[in-house]
Design a protein around this ligand. Structure first.
Ligand code: FES
Length: 98
């Protein structure tokens, strides 16, 4: 079963979904879709509320940047990565898996 519709994703506009008790930040960049843990590894902020530049998303609270492709923290104050989820796009169906 799909988690969201590809057509609902606007490039550069991340969204948060909740799946199996986890909050996930989903972002479309060009034609590709990426998914990482939504809670910043620095403190309790939703990354889906941040801004995207290229493949980076910036936490709105203190400005740490994460790579949407890997979940890695790129700039302080965050140092730990967030989880990277796998994404399957099949037509309009987007499925997120651990
Ligand atoms: S909560 Fe994200 S950088 Fe501090």
């Amino acid at each position: 079963m799909s988690d969201l519709s590809y057509a609902s994703l606007t490039p550069g506009k991340p969204v948060r979904i909740d799946k199996d008790g986890e909050s996930i930040c989903v972002a479309r960049i060009g034609d590709e879709v990426f998914a990482i843990g939504d809670t910043c590894s620095h403190s309790d902020a939703s990354l889906a509320e941040g801004d995207i530049t290229d493949f980076k998303i910036e936490c709105w609270l203190h400005g740490a940047e994460f790579d949407l492709r890997t979940g890695n923290a790129l700039t302080p104050p965050a140092t730990a990565p967030v989880h990277k989820y796998s994404v399957t796009v099949d037509g309009d169906s987007v499925t997120i898996d651990k």
